[in-house]
Design a protein around this ligand. Structure first.
Ligand SMILES: [Zn+2]
Length: 123
């Protein structure tokens, strides 16, 4: 595989590449599941969400601070997103799926990210 750095590397692409490189195969954005999880491992009945820290209000994360202007608007919006995330994950849990949320800021440290993924998916 080429090691050339691509400019097009959002957190989700980073996770996808890493998971694929570890030999796991997955489906993308399965709309038949609550919350349309980013990566779906059907046979393992596991899903991974890759969440942006800001939009999904990563707790205690510097990237998740509300902007200085229109604070009520942003707070409201971010709370709604967080609530929807929680509901989707609970729903998936009731259907027998296990969820892992990978935060955008966690994708910077590839070594611990890899550990996290292997721990979650097993072998
Ligand atoms: Zn974060």
């Amino acid at each position: 595989m080429s090691r050339v750095k691509s400019k097009n590397t959002g957190p989700e692409i980073t996770v996808r590449k890493l998971v694929y490189g570890l030999g796991y195969r997955y489906r993308l954005h399965d709309a038949s599941l609550p919350g349309k999880p980013d990566l779906v491992f059907r046979t393992r009945r596991k899903v991974i969400f890759v969440n942006g820290c800001f939009w999904h209000s990563h707790k205690d994360c510097p990237k998740a601070r509300t902007p200085k202007t229109r604070q009520d608007f942003w707070k409201n919006k971010m709370q709604k997103n967080a609530k929807r995330d929680e509901e989707n994950q609970n729903h998936l849990g009731r259907l027998g799926w296990k969820c892992l949320v990978i935060w955008q800021c966690q994708t910077k440290d590839l070594e611990s990210l890899e550990k996290l993924i292997i721990e979650f998916l097993g072998d």
